[in-house]
Design a protein around this ligand. Sequence first.
Ligand code: HEC
Length: 157
Amino acid sequence: MKIALKMAKWFAIVLVGLLLIAQFVRPARTNPPVDESQTIQARTQMTPEVAAIFDRSCRDCHSNKTVWPWYTNVAPISWFIANHVNEGRHSLNLSEWGRLDRDKQDRKLRQICDEIQDGVMPLSSYTPLHPGSTLSEEDKKTLCAWTDAERQRQSAK
Ligand code: HEC
């Protein structure tokens, strides 16, 4: 019993030590500048409902307007989150929509609807800490109706 307690104590000390050292590895929490004329809001005919869904469920990982709460400063959570934001921006950046060519925009619009219908987006690690970010069936319908309409509008041009 005494040995178990001693070991638990040492384990705790080592763990705290490692966590302290981990704090020195700080991933960059960037928000690159936004050219408002290139955003998906500016480049598409977006309804306020759709804009609101993107804002509350997607913006933090898929735009350059990420809100970084205090816990995004704390390792190892910070590593995990910065990685999600980097990968998220890389695969879909709503702030840099205008940089995509037409085919790519079309593919991204389709993917947006696919990912939310499959329940893959927003990521399940995100929703518990962001009340209101989970999409209702109504939200999904609104978003997919919009991506469909937007794709048609683009192809009719
Ligand atoms: C917590 C961060 C996070 C949130 C919130 C989030 N995403 Fe993502 N998203 C990612 C990451 C990371 C990837 C890239 C890796 C992957 O495909 O799983 C991604 C990929 C995607 C892709 C590209 C898929 C592909 O096949 O290339 C689409 C489209 C997408 N997300 C849409 C959305 C939409 C729409 C929302 C809001 C309803 C959303 N995401 C919310 C992190 C997030």
